[in-house]
Design a protein around this ligand. Structure first.
Ligand code: ZN
Length: 439
């Protein structure tokens, strides 16, 4: 098979170089630097990748928060920054997602998310503007396209919605019935280079000061990242894998705030406005911390400890979607599918538009042999978040439970068209074989 490099050789292109811009559509002007560069993605492809991938990541992060005021506020701050940035024409959008870990991220078309975990650490709007400005910087300097062009990101392009899963305690089904959310957090996200991070920080500083905030916001943000990296490394792990090296970044922010942007030091940080708009969120900070601790305990397979933390979170925020779903998983890991099912259904009631609880409820229903109900849950998931091949497998498994083997075979076949490897694919293939569809 031809490698990317071989293809370039055949085409007479030196990797990374732009020899003849007129001949190769892959050459583009970088919107930030104004330099010619070789890119394998067009802006339309960046937007298409974003539209395809970002809904899965948001759902994996327990969906956007249901606090409309908070989302509107993030959009207002983010849109202002984007409007004075290098690519104001991109379809930027901003939301907070329910995940408790500490992170923010951007998809290449401009879909940007901050977790609840990082929002409760921020102190003022200038810090928020620094965070959003940094993410806008990644989008504008086309860092995802750059990683794709270098070949470091090919897997997310081909894997698409094919969700890799980890086996957990799922009783007799073993590795077969797995949570859709088993995908590693952040697996769909670009992993940037150190130069990408430096550039995004510089752009973030430029955009936030350009919007009238004090550069101290960037210093404050870097300090938060640095301190949390030491205090709770587990909660911030993903942030460091997607945005590395905070000590150097902190020092750079301090220097630039004093020198390059020294004239802006007395500009406002809009702390009052930030505190007003995040009041609801900060009220449940204790719950978010408990969720962080619970997730750490889950990773260490300390399920009783995790359960205590999730209980703590639910006492502070009884109808918290993420807390209910995490508790459901914790029950599942302890082989309690009945309790897990009740919790997943409850999560589906408090946030019916978010897809993930429906898939999880469907999985627990299969374990509880309620196949009809499982099918309904999977079709709800598919309506809310279409195109996930894992759903075809689970629908097939439900139909098999109902002894509708012909219909099940049809779904297993469709599943195998999209997914060729893994426990589920092996199972589907063997079923088709044993039913005489494959010889
Ligand atoms: Zn970054």
């Amino acid at each position: 098979m031809l490698t990317r490099r071989d293809m370039f050789k055949l085409l007479g292109i030196a990797t990374g170089a732009c020899l003849s811009p007129a001949l190769f559509s892959g050459c583009a002007i970088n919107p930030v630097t104004g330099r010619q560069e070789f890119m394998l993605m067009t802006p339309d492809e960046e937007i298409a990748l974003d539209r395809k991938q970002s809904p899965y990541q948001f759902s994996n992060d327990y969906g956007a928060v249901q606090d409309q005021q908070l989302n509107a506020y993030l959009n207002q701050v983010g849109t202002q920054l984007a409007s004075i940035s290098h690519r104001p024409e991109m379809p930027f959008s901003f939301r907070a997602v329910n995940a408790p870990y500490i992170n923010a991220y951007a998809f290449p078309g401009g879909s940007i998310a901050t977790t609840r975990g990082i929002l409760v650490e921020l102190d003022n709007e200038a810090e928020l503007a620094a965070l959003l400005g940094h993410e806008i910087g990644h989008v504008n300097a086309r860092h995802t396209a750059e990683q794709v062009t270098k070949g470091t990101l090919t897997s997310i392009l081909v894997s698409g919605a094919a969700i890799a899963t980890n086996a957990a305690g799922y009783g007799s089904y073993g590795g077969l019935v797995q949570d859709l959310g088993g995908i590693g957090t952040g697996a769909l996200l670009a992993h940037y280079s150190r130069d990408n991070e430096r550039e995004a920080d510089a752009l973030g500083m430029e955009y936030m000061t350009g919007s009238g905030y004090t550069p101290q916001g960037m210093v404050g943000l870097m300090k938060i990242l640095l301190e949390n990296g030491q205090r709770k490394p587990n909660a911030i792990e993903t942030m460091f894998s997607t945005h590395p090296m905070s000590e150097e970044r902190y020092q750079t922010a301090v220097r630039n705030a004093q020198n390059t942007y020294g004239n802006m030091l007395s500009a406002p940080d809009h702390r009052e406005r930030f505190l007003d708009n995040t009041a609801g969120l900060r009220k449940i900070k204790g719950a978010i911390t408990a969720l962080q601790n619970g997730q750490t305990a889950m990773q260490q397979k300390k399920y009783q400890e995790a359960e205590q933390e999730f209980n703590k979170a639910l006492q502070i925020a009884p109808n918290d979607y993420a807390a209910l779903l995490m508790m459901a998983k914790c029950k599942m890991a302890q082989d309690k599918p009945n309790e897990a099912e009740q919790l997943a259904l409850q999560a589906g009631e408090v946030y019916p538009q978010e897809a993930r609880s429906h898939a999880f409820a469907g999985i627990t229903s299969i374990l509880n042999k309620k196949y009809e109900q499982a099918l309904q849950q999977f079709s709800t998931y598919d309506r809310l978040l279409p195109g996930n091949p894992a759903i075809l497998f689970f629908q097939g498994l439900s139909l098999e439970g109902m002894e509708k083997n012909k219909k099940a075979a049809n779904l297993y076949y469709q599943y195998l068209q999209q997914v060729k490897t893994g426990t589920q694919a092996q199972y589907a293939y063997k079923r088709l074989q044993s039913w005489g569809y494959i010889k």
